[in-house]
Ligand binder design. Sequence first.
Ligand code: ZN
Length: 198
Amino acid sequence: MDYYSGQINKLIEALGSLPGIGAKTAQRLAFHIVNMPEEDVKRLASAMTEAKSGVRYCKCCCTLTDDELCPICKSPARDKKTIMVVENSRDLAAYEKTGKYNGVYHVLHGAISPMLGISPADLKIKELLERLKDDVNEIIIATNSSIEGEATAMYLSKLIKPIGIKTTRIASGVPVGGDLEYIDEVTLLRALDGRTEL
Ligand code: ZN
């Protein structure tokens, strides 16, 4: 039985499809939104549509950015010969927050997962290999320590090592299955400093 109007239901359904939003939260948000001043609702809606249409992949590292190149790839202060491979832009942000990493990144946008049907071709691996044609000293594989992250690290090291580039893996002080973005800075830095060659 429908308790609410069709439009409210539609809003609840749309909000409920977002990650981490359960049925109750979706309901609360939907009622909050319809009670908001119209101006605020418009601002919220346009922030979403503008971000969706304006955000793109950095031409070099594939992170999400507004420009052709992200600020990190653009910066002359960053060491372009050290590339840290991460699963997503949130992991990149986690390492950036430590302020201690001076290299650049490569964002895969996921990890290999046969269960979810994510194959290497679905990730930004081709783009990474393209970057290895330039002068690169080290590839730091910083995928999560989940099964998917480990499988991806293994896959990448098999691809990269034969090229003759030093390939390292961050230390697994990082809790198994833990998303990098939820790990504190000290643990992240310890994982980075304790990286070992593959
Ligand atoms: Zn970039």
